[in-house]
Write a protein that binds this ligand. Sequence first.
Ligand SMILES: [Zn+2]
Ligand SMILES: [Zn+2]
Length: 421
Amino acid sequence: MAQLPHDPDEPRRPAFDGPPPTLEEELAAAQAGAEPTPSIETVNEELRDGLNRCPKCGSTDIQLRASTGQLVCLFCRHEWQEERVEEEFGLGHGIEELEGTVIASGAADIRADVADVVTFKCGGCGAEVSVDTTHAMNARCHWCRHTLNVNEQIPNGAVPDAVLPFKLTKEEAITRIRDFAGRRRLFALGRFKREFVPENVFGVYLPYLVIDAHAESQYWGQGEVQTRRWTEKQGDNNVTYYAADVYQLERRVAYVVDDLTMEGSSERATIAKDNTNNIINTILPFDTKNAVQWNSSYLVGFNSEKRDLNVEALKPKLEDQLLSIGRSQVQGSLQKFNRGVRWEQEKIDVGGSRWVAMYLPVWLYSYRQRSNGLLHYIAVNARTGETMGSIPVSHPKLLLASLTVGTVLEGVAAALLVASA
Ligand SMILES: [Zn+2]
Ligand SMILES: [Zn+2]
């Protein structure tokens, strides 16, 4: 095949930038770059003894007060909070200087041989109390009512580096969920409406990895510039023709990402069959800059789901996301190709990345549709109030609605929600 003309406006690249590397070359480069991974130590030293005590009175009856975002002592009402990890671990700067893969201790690889159930000796009375860290990070001693907390970073994925505390109260979440369902009421399944009890909402901390990185990506492809357009009569039809110049394109862009959020649970990351679409991703973003150092008292009264994905497993997904960020970055330089651009090859070079494990707060209302077993969710971002969900829709009602102008758009929106199931 003949070589296409190079776009005259394109800066010529030196030859070594040329064709994308072969698989062997990439493997060799990856091996050369493999280095011991430095780590950021994020254990909360002040909680070493397993008790989270009120700094004023020493009580262990502590929980989050969502309306203020602070921990509150239920005994003396003193309020305080843990340090923001952004400052505490220097996550706010130095992204450009990152080299290789930097992993915070709470994001370390999960060890298969570590039990999820942690047993404590109660500091109050000496009884043995167990916490199943799959769903909870605290337990109350059934003898003396002391609250016991998981403070150390057991390598089972249950203890992250940081927590973004709930900010929306349960009452606020109920209002959002009621509004969300109310706007779609017209099309909702009758049974759903009868069984709708938003008070059953529950708060859950979901595991995420929050990533800083700097990268450079390159793209190779073709762009077309239209030179002529004309119409010819063929029998009864008018046929339109185009003429275009085709150019060989190459773009390279370097960029920095700050707090890219990726799911740390494989159950959420891959869309399960009996589960409606990945709704949680539609309520992003979270203000991850306000995440604070681990203190399991933030989880009292909430559920939590432990992380089951390691950094290594998420790297290909990070590269995909970075490539798409890079593509949108070069978009501005492609205006003249008014007949479009087709990328044929791309290459990413992640210069450095930093991974921090974090719990993010979500209010969830779930409903299982009995007719088809589908699990529907309405999820509320417990920081911003952003709400998204799917509700079981009555199809005859949708059809009827599409016949009446004015409600059509709402009907389409509801239908799209179900179609993504
Ligand atoms: Zn107190
Ligand atoms: Zn006890």
